[in-house]
Design a protein around this ligand. Structure first.
Ligand code: BDR
Ligand code: CA
Length: 317
């Protein structure tokens, strides 16, 4: 199995991602680290521990990370994810406590201890990852790739142009993009498209398995779909879980290696990911003012049916 670590802000769809990662036989989930984002970091830790218990994986180390972005104050997304940050499903408090080391320490330890290079999957603001890369740059020697949910080629969600995870901590995202490790950007453009039909969600909710049922309830919360078609009453977006699907099944997304930069200046574009789709030197014509930028494998298309099938088969195992 592929050794993976998820850095998350659980989060309705982060929970969907955790359930999938725990249950997919091709993944070896070695640790989960938490960061402020959808809700405050203590809420994220609580939600994460609860989900892992429900998924039947109570032993995976979980660590508390940054409680705010590098520069700005934290700004939660409780309006999307409920007052507890995870859909207000009335889940019980977790039985255990997080690791007694912080997220950056746990990330370093688990990355360097892994038997082969780790795939990091951030599904949250990139604060922990930026702190890790700046504090312990030696970890990059045992990182295979960073597949992150964040950014947008076209339209944003937190602002007209910025996606929430990048918008919440743009400086941290800029650190990630220039880290010199292979990066895949699973952005909003593909994120929003992977929706599980209502009938399938209904089936998950009727399961006797607590983890499968939780996936159904989370999907029915519908954090990531827009508009309300009564025929798809219970349909729900996979959201962050799609980024984990992309690690298991790379052929499910179509990527192009492109320069990506984060807008850092104060103002309406702050947090936007500028994905340069113009022809590049070497590709065809040379653009004036072209400069060295991080090249990122940007997901431009996704096979929706393929990811939905993969997800359902995995969580209903
Ligand atoms: C991202 O922000 C959060 O609300 C979701 O969990 C996802 O990671 C989407 O912009
Ligand atoms: Ca998230």
């Amino acid at each position: 199995p592929i050794p993976v670590i998820i850095d998350c802000d659980t989060g309705v769809d982060d929970a969907l991602a955790l359930l999938f990662a725990v249950r997919h036989p091709g993944l070896d989930l070695r640790a989960v680290t938490c960061v402020a984002g959808n809700t405050d970091v203590d809420g994220v830790v609580r939600n994460t521990l609860t989900v892992l218990e429900r998924a039947g994986a109570p032993g995976i180390p979980v660590a508390r990370g940054a409680e705010r972005p590098l520069i700005e104050p934290a700004r939660s997304a409780r309006h999307v994810h409920g007052s507890d940050g995870m859909g207000d499903l009335g889940l019980p408090a977790p039985a255990r406590r997080p690791a007694d080391v912080d997220a950056v320490t746990l990330l370093r330890r688990e990355i360097l201890a892994a038997p082969r290079p780790v795939t990091l999957i951030p599904t949250a603001p990139l604060t922990n990852i930026a702190l890790l890369l700046r504090t312990h740059p030696e970890v990059t020697r045992n990182i295979e790739r960073i597949v992150f949910m964040g950014g947008a080629v076209a339209t944003g969600n937190a602002t007209p142009v910025a996606e929430f995870n990048v918008w919440h901590d743009p400086e941290a995202a800029a650190v990630l993009l220039t880290a010199g490790v292979p990066i895949t950007m699973y952005g909003l453009d593909v994120f929003l498209r992977v929706v599980v039909p209502g009938a399938d969600v209904h089936r998950l909710r009727a399961s006797t398995d607590p983890g499968t049922r939780l996936a159904g309830d989370l999907l029915a919360h519908r954090p990531t779909t827009q508009g309300g078609d009564p025929d798809v009453e219970e349909a729900g977006g996979l959201g962050d879980a799609g980024a984990v699907c992309a690690v298991v099944d790379l052929a499910g997304i179509t990527t192009r290696r492109l320069p990506v930069e984060v807008a850092l200046a104060p103002g309406p574009a702050r947090g936007q990911t500028l994905v340069d789709r113009r022809p590049r030197p070497g590709e065809s014509e040379i653009h004036e003012g072209a400069r060295e930028q991080a090249l990122v494998d940007v997901a431009l298309d996704v096979d929706v049916d393929r990811f939905v099938k993969l997800y359902l088969e995995t969580v209903a195992r």
